[in-house]
Design a binder for this molecule. Structure first.
Ligand code: EPU
Length: 422
C-alpha cells in the first residue's frame, strides 16, 4: 500500500504534458486480440490499469514490449484459458475482453469484475447485444459464459449508451457475418479511437463519432499502427488543480475538440484560460485569477456533454467558488463519496439525493487523513489536499496510479509538495 503525504497551500505554476487516454488504451489493446499480426500503439499511458490489462493478455499468450509510451503487442499465440478472478478484478476494463475473445474463439468465460466504490456497474447492455448477434449467454453472480461460434450482424438499439458496452459490441461485430447497426451508441472520444483503430486494422465501421454506428463484417483483420488520443479527463484534472490552487499552468498536448463541455463549465465558474494550438497538439493556459470563482450548475450528460469522470474535479473547485454550486450526476449511485470527504475537510455540502448535491463556497479546507476511495475521487481529494491548510495523508494512493501516470511527480514539478511512501 502506498500513501501520499501532501503539504497544502502551494500555488501551481509551469507547464505539464497530458498523457494518452486510459479509456482509449484499454479497448484498443483489447482489439489487438482480433489479429495475429503486430499492433503498434503510441502515446500509451504507463499506468497501472494498462499494466494490469497487459498482464492478462500475457497470461493468455500475448507478447508485448512497452517502452517510452510505445507498445508493440502481438496476440498470435493467444490461447483460451480461464483468467484468474483476481487478475480480472484488478480493473473494470477487463470486461472489454468479452467481445474480442468471443469473436476470436467462438466462446469465452470470464469472472465478473463486479461493482466498485462508484456504483453497481451492470453489463446487461453488453450481454443483450451479444445475444442479438446470435450468442448464448449464461450468467451467474460471479462469472459469465458466452458461446457464439458464428456471430451474425443485427440491429442493436442500446437502452443506454454504455461506453464499454458499445466497445464490446463493436469488437464482436467487425468479424461477424453481415451488417450490424448499433443505435444510441456511446460516442465518447475513446469509443471513437477504438473504431478508428479497427478501421486501420481493416474493419468497416461507419458513423464514427455519432450515436449510430454501422459495421459491415469482414473476413480478417490485420495489424495496425495507431496513436492514442490525449486523455481528456487528465487534461481536466490538471486544469482543476491549477485553478483550485489559484495558480497559472499551461496544460500541453490536449485535444480541444474533446473538451467543449468542461471548458464551458470553467468559463461559467469564471476560471480564466486561453487556448491555442502548437505543432505537438493543443494547449490550455489556466490564468492566475484576480478575483473569486463563481458557483454554477455542474450537470453530467452523455458525451459531448460533461463526463461523470470530470464531475468530482469540478466539485472540489466548487468549494473555492462564491455561491451555491448544484451538482447533478445521474450516472453512478456512488459518485458522492468524495463530497463526504470534502465535507470532512470543511466544505459546506448539502445532499439532496444520491445523484444531487449543493456546495456553498468559498470555504477554507483543512487537511485530512483518508483512504483514497476511487480513481477520480482520489484525484479530486488530492487537489483538495493541495488547497487545504496543513498536511494531508491519502492512503491507498495506488488507486490513483490506476489511471494517472506519476501524478504526484508531475504535480510536484508544478510546485506541489507531495511525498510518496510505498
Ligand atoms: N449501465 C447499465 N447497464 C450496462 C452498462 C451500463 O445499466 O450494461 C449503466 C451504468 O450503471 C451507468 C451507465 O450505464 O449508470 C454508464 O455506464 P458505462 O457502461 O458507460 O460505463 P463503463 O463502460 O463501465 C466507462 C469508463 C468509466 C466511465 C464510464 C462512464 C472505461 C474503461 N471506463 O465505464 O471510466 O466512468 O464509462 O463515462 O472506459 C474512469 O476512468 O475512472 C472510469 C470509471
Amino acid at each position: 500500500m502506498s500513501k501520499f503525504i501532501v503539504d497544502g497551500g502551494s500555488e501551481l505554476g509551469g507547464k505539464v504534458k497530458v498523457q494518452g487516454s486510459k479509456n482509449a488504451a484499454l479497448p484498443v489493446m483489447a482489439a489487438a486480440i482480433l489479429t495475429d499480426e503486430n499492433c503498434v500503439l503510441d502515446n500509451v499511458p504507463d499506468i497501472l490499469d494498462v499494466r494490469s490489462f497487459l498482464s492478462i493478455l500475457e497470461y493468455l499468450g500475448a507478447t508485448y514490449t512497452l517502452d517510452n509510451h510505445s507498445l508493440l503487442l502481438n496476440c498470435r499465440d493467444l490461447k483460451l484459458r480461464e483468467i484468474p478472478a483476481q487478475m480480472v478484478r484488478k480493473l473494470r476494463g477487463s470486461i472489454l475482453l468479452l467481445g474480442p475473445l468471443l469473436t476470436r474463439f467462438g466462446k469465452v468465460k470470464l469472472s465478473l469484475p463486479g461493482g466498485d466504490e462508484i456504483g453497481r456497474r451492470p453489463i446487461d447492455v453488453h450481454l443483450d447485444g451479444f445475444r442479438k448477434l446470435g450468442a448464448k449467454v449464461k450468467e451467474n453472480s460471479n462469472s459469465v459464459e458466452i458461446s457464439g461460434p458464428r456471430l451474425k450482424g443485427n440491429l442493436l438499439v442500446l437502452p443506454l449508451p454504455s461506453v464499454t458496452g458499445t466497445e464490446n459490441l463493436v469488437m464482436a461485430s467487425v468479424l461477424a457475418d453481415g451488417v450490424t447497426e448499433i443505435r444510441l451508441a456511446a460516442t465518447e472520444p475513446h469509443v471513437q479511437d477504438l473504431c478508428k483503430f479497427l478501421q486501420k486494422m481493416g474493419a468497416v465501421v461507419d458513423g464514427i463519432g455519432t450515436s449510430n454506428l454501422t459495421i459491415t463484417g469482414v473476413k480478417k483483420l490485420g495489424g495496425a499502427k495507431f496513436t492514442l488520443q490525449s486523455d481528456e479527463i487528465e487534461a481536466v484534472t490538471f486544469c482543476a488543480a491549477a485553478a483550485a490552487t489559484r495558480g497559472e499552468v499551461v496544460i500541453e498536448r490536449v485535444d480541444l475538440s474533446t473538451l467543449d463541455a468542461p471548458l464551458a463549465v470553467f468559463r461559467e465558474m469564471k476560471v480564466g484560460f486561453e487556448t491555442g494550438t502548437k505543432p505537438d497538439g493543443d494547449f490550455i493556459k489556466i490564468i492566475k485569477p484576480a478575483g473569486p470563482y463563481q458557483a454554477t450548475k455542474i450537470v453530467t450528460g452523455v458525451y459531448p456533454h460533461l463526463l461523470t469522470d470530470e464531475q468530482p474535479l469540478f466539485g472540489v473547485l466548487a468549494t473555492q467558488s462564491r455561491g451555491e454550486t448544484g451538482i447533478h450526476d445521474w450516472v453512478y449511485e456512488g459518485r458522492q463519496g468524495y463530497l463526504k470527504i470534502l465535507q470532512s475537510m470543511g466544505a459546506k455540502v448539502k445532499f439532496d439525493d444520491i445523484h444531487r448535491a449543493r456546495i456553498s463556497g468559498p470555504t477554507e479546507l483543512h487537511a485530512v487523513e483518508v483512504k483514497t476511495p476511487d480513481l477520480r475521487a482520489g484525484a479530486s481529494i488530492l487537489i483538495a489536499a493541495l488547497v487545504a491548510k496543513g498536511q494531508s495523508v491519502l492512503y491507498n494512493a495506488e488507486i490513483i496510479d490506476r489511471g494517472y501516470e506519476r501524478l504526484n511527480e508531475r504535480l510536484n514539478a508544478l510546485g506541489a509538495r507531495i511525498k510518496r511512501i510505498d
